[in-house]
Every structure is written in structure tokens, then in C-alpha cells.
Design a protein around this ligand. Structure first.
Ligand code: SAM
Length: 282
């Protein structure tokens, strides 16, 4: 069965409508799921949103075990058919946002030395899913995902560029990000309004900076709270218990001018400022 064939997709979906609320845009390109699986599959692979199983089948060809979490009940009988050739896959019916990720890894991938995530992510929850996976601290080797092209640009942006933001800085604490390839809208059914790209997050075994996480993320949140303001003004909206003049002195003591804007700072700078704030509070 060729799942990238439009006629096959239509026949499988039958009466089912593509559900916009679940971001259902299925791949109808043969190359794209193959390339995602080649780049991202590990012995243990977690897929989010298998849809009708197009990427799942490619993952099953390369992984020892695939666990696919799908929210839409109406796709479960379809997946039973399309994945019937494989005995190394388990479909779990759930909302990925409700899944306890470390518990799932322990239950499904105990003894696997490598576990990775591969997904054609539903765009409406791209950032929350990525942050949930990263914040879970589950020992993923990598996360290879299809995202909106604009999100790929944000994820790979350098400090100081227009597209650099809180998501870029936060993700850079957990992983290095590489854009693998662009995916035109015509590779999906139904065709989305935006183009897409596949990115690979390679997770660090140890964070790249040494600081208290809660302070670091408060600083990142504060730095981007009001983008057009200086770091001091923006930070003071989130760190309100420290007087603005003290925050300014802390920033200057770290070697950054008082006029610095948050979007010009990378993870090392944010960590330095977080450590200085903690030293002040100690
Ligand atoms: N992997 C398929 C493909 O590439 O053709 C489908 C990708 S489609 C963009 C997104 C899939 O994620 C859909 O199957 C949708 O039902 C599922 N999904 C959406 N929200 C989800 C959630 N919160 N948890 C799990 N699956 C979800």
C-alpha cells in the first residue's frame, strides 16, 4: 500500500474529514518521510501524530521499536491496517501534551541505549510540544521534526537577528539545532497555507552553561517580555522584586551596556546574568 498516493489517502480516510483542530496535513511525498526517518530514527523511536502511518512505516523499517502517540480516535482503525505488516510498533491513543514523557520512556524503551523523537508535528502546538519534550529531561538523543518554515528560521536564528527570540534561546539550553531541508506546501494533503522545513535538535548530555535553571528561564522570559525595550526595562517586568537600578548595575557588572537589548544576547550571556542575579540574591 502506497500511503503517499492521493487516492490511497482518500480511500483510507473514507468518511473522515481532515481535522483542522488537530493540524492534520498528511504527507503525500515519498521522499520526505523517508528522509526524516533516515535522519532521525534511532533504535527506540517515539513518533508524535502518526496520522495514517506514512512516516511511521518508514520509522518501523529503521528502528527496533516505534511508539506512536495519536490523539485522533478515528485514525486508530486506519493505523491498524496500514501498520499491520510491522510487529515493532505500538500506537498509543493520547494527547502528547498529557503524556508523562519520562514514564513513557521507562515503560516502552527500558534497556534501549538510544531513543529519538521523529514527527511531522501538528503546527498548532509545535512550541509547547518541543518545550515539553526538552523540559521533561528525558534522555532523547535527538528530536527530528517538521515545523513551519518560519519556526525553523526562529529555531536556528543567531542572537541579534530579527527572528531570534525566547524559543530560540530556551531551546539552545537543551540542544543544538540544524535545519535539514525545506518542504513545500504541495507535499501535504490537504495543502497547508505555509511552507515547512525539517529541523533536527541534537540534545546535549550536559547543559552548555552552568547556572540555576529557574533563574535562567526567568531571565530569558524577562528579556523577551517587551521586545522593543532595553533588557533592564523588559527584565524588570518579570523580576520585579529587584529595583531597576540594581538590575541595571547587575547587567553592567556582567559586561553589557545598560542600553543592551535582550534579543542581542545568547545563552552564555543569559547564564552570566542569571548567575549575577543569584549572587545578588544570596
Ligand atoms: N505523521 C502524519 C504524516 O506525516 O502524514 C500526520 C502528520 S499531521 C501534520 C499531525 C498529526 O498529529 C495528526 O495525525 C493529528 O491527529 C496528530 N495530533 C494532533 N495533535 C496531537 C496531540 N496533541 N497529540 C498527539 N497527536 C496529535
Amino acid at each position: 500500500m502506497k500511503l503517499t498516493d492521493i487516492g490511497t489517502v482518500k480511500a483510507l480516510m473514507g468518511e473522515n474529514a481532515f481535522k483542522k483542530q488537530f493540524g492534520q496535513n498528511f504527507l503525500i511525498s515519498e521522499q520526505v518521510p523517508r528522509r526524516i526517518a533516515e535522519s532521525g530514527a534511532a533504535k527506540g523511536t517515539l513518533e508524535i501524530g502518526p496520522g495514517i502511518g506514512t512516516l511511521t512505516r518508514e520509522l518501523c523499517e529503521r528502528a527496533e521499536k516505534v511508539v506512536a502517540v495519536e490523539i485522533d480516535t478515528s485514525l486508530l482503525p486506519i493505523l491498524e491496517t496500514t501498520l499491520a505488516d510491522f510487529d515493532n510498533v505500538k500506537v498509543i491513543h493520547n494527547d502528547i501534551m498529557k503524556v508523562d514523557i519520562p514514564a513513557l520512556l521507562e515503560e516502552e524503551f527500558a534497556g534501549f541505549d538510544e531513543v529519538a523523537v521523529c514527527a511531522n508535528l501538528p503546527y498548532y502546538i509545535t512550541s509547547p510540544v518541543l518545550m515539553k519534550l526538552l523540559e521533561s529531561k528525558a534522555p532523547f538523543k535527538s528530536i527530528t521534526v517538521m515545523v513551519q518554515k518560519e519556526v525553523a528560521t526562529r529555531l536556528t536564528a543567531s542572537a541579534g537577528s530579527e527572528t531570534y527570540g525566547a524559543l530560540t534561546a530556551s531551546v539552545s539550553y537543551y540542544a543544538s539545532v540544524k535545519k535539514l531541508f525545506d518542504v513545500p506546501a504541495g507535499c501535504f494533503m490537504p495543502k497547508p497555507k505555509v511552507d515547512s522545513a525539517v529541523v533536527k535538535l541534537s540534545l546535549y548530555e550536559k547543559p552548555p552553561v552552568d547556572c540555576k535553571e529557574s533563574t535562567l528561564f526567568k531571565v530569558i522570559k524577562g528579556a523577551f517580555a517587551q521586545r522593543r525595550k532595553t533588557l533592564v526595562n523588559s527584565l524588570s517586568t518579570v523580576i520585579s522584586h529587584i529595583p531597576k537600578s540594581t538590575l541595571a548595575a547587575i547587567i553592567v557588572s556582567c559586561g553589557y551596556p545598560e542600553t543592551t537589548r535582550g534579543e542581542t544576547l545568547d545563552i552564555n550571556a543569559f547564564a552570566k546574568i542569571a548567575n549575577a542575579i543569584d549572587a545578588y540574591q544570596a
